[in-house]
Write a protein that binds this ligand. Structure first.
Ligand SMILES: NC(=O)c1ccc[n+]([C@@H]2O[C@H](COP(=O)([O-])OP(=O)(O)OC[C@H]3O[C@@H](n4cnc5c(N)ncnc54)[C@H](OP(=O)(O)O)[C@@H]3O)[C@@H](O)[C@H]2O)c1
Length: 288
């Protein structure tokens, strides 16, 4: 059986990691990488590849599709994937008319910078796929080679899947920024420089994530709202008036959500929840 030859269009954060993962697999040859729209080898690289990964920004997928739709490309029997989390395989419809077998291929992973060493961010992760059944089969095989697992998502649900990804990743970073600000402005822990203070809070965050994975969000809740420690919440809110201003709204937003969670966990009753929520409402006048 001939080895698959994969072309990567777009060598940014995801494209560079995918390149390493494919090369590491030893099962798929990377036939080429196209780093920008002006690359003159586009036609020859497309011709010698049977799999094409479009790893450009969401907003640029259409222009790559337009380019591949032109008469100079024969796409018959080629597997073409894009890696967007929010867009569906519909983006690739113009290529189906040219014989391509298409699907979306979304690695549920964060690639915050380009790959600098041969690290595999694909091992043990899930890849959300949707599109032509033949393409899904191929996606399953490629995923297996790079140590990932595919799951099929319905086109109409993809946007909700992407919202979950944003909440699991970007929103966590936004929360962590609040911790960074409090540490740098309010705690100044001796002996901890730069980001090393996260060593203190990371085991707590990691255990919370483990609990959430094994028991779900509701059962994993602990903290002042869960214990009905209303005076602690009042103290937090008071202290945050003297902290970097943008931490208070984050604390309030998440704090209100934990009250609802505590109610769901039944560790507090409705009356207690209402009392805590009133404490939050009183603070709204301190928001800019
Ligand atoms: N990063 C993540 O964590 C992540 C996770 C899952 C899925 N994704 C998806 O993966 C895709 C790529 O995201 P990314 O974060 O890797 O973006 P990125 O770092 O901005 O990389 C995109 C690369 O594509 C290049 N490019 C643009 N148009 C091109 C063209 N016509 N031909 C060849 N190269 C072209 C860009 O060059 P210029 O900078 O010169 O435009 C850039 O180097 C997106 O669809 C995104 O939704 C990303």
């Amino acid at each position: 059986m001939l080895m698959d030859k994969a072309l990567i269009i777009g060598y940014g954060k995801l494209g560079s990691h995918l390149n390493f993962a494919l090369k590491h697999s030893g099962k798929i040859e990377v036939s080429g990488i196209i780093r920008n729209v002006k690359n003159t080898k586009y036609p020859s690289l497309v011709e010698c590849s049977n799999i094409i990964f479009i790893c450009v920004q969401d907003s640029k997928i259409k222009s790559v599709v337009r380019k591949l739709s032109s008469r100079e490309y024969d796409l018959k029997g080629k597997y073409i994937f894009h890696t967007s989390g929010s867009l569906t395989s519909e983006e690739l419809i113009p290529l189906v008319g040219k014989g391509a077998i298409t699907a979306s291929f979304h690695p549920v992973q964060t690639f915050e910078s380009k790959a600098t060493k041969n690290e595999s961010r694909f091992s043990g992760i899930y890849i959300a796929v949707e599109g032509n059944p033949k393409a899904l089969k191929k996606a399953g095989l490629v995923s297996k080679y790079i140590g990932s697992m595919t799951f099929i998502i319905k086109k109409e649900n993809k946007i909700y899947h992407h919202i979950c990804c944003v909440m699991a990743s970007g929103f966590l970073a936004a929360l962590a920024r609040g911790i960074e600000k409090l540490v740098s402005k309010k705690i100044r822990i001796n002996g901890f420089k730069n980001l090393s203070f996260f060593n203190i809070y990371m085991p707590l965050a990691s255990q919370s994530l483990k609990n959430i994975a094994s028991k779900g969000a509701v059962k994993s809740l602990s903290g002042p709202a869960e214990r009905n420690d209303i005076s602690t919440i009042e103290k937090h809110l008071g202290a945050l008036k003297n902290a970097p201003a943008d931490v208070l709204p984050v604390y309030m937003l998440m704090g209100i959500e934990t009250v609802k969670l505590a109610l769901e966990k039944k560790s507090i009753n409705r009356l207690q929840a209402e009392k805590i929520l009133k404490v939050f409402v009183k603070q709204t006048k301190h928001l800019n």
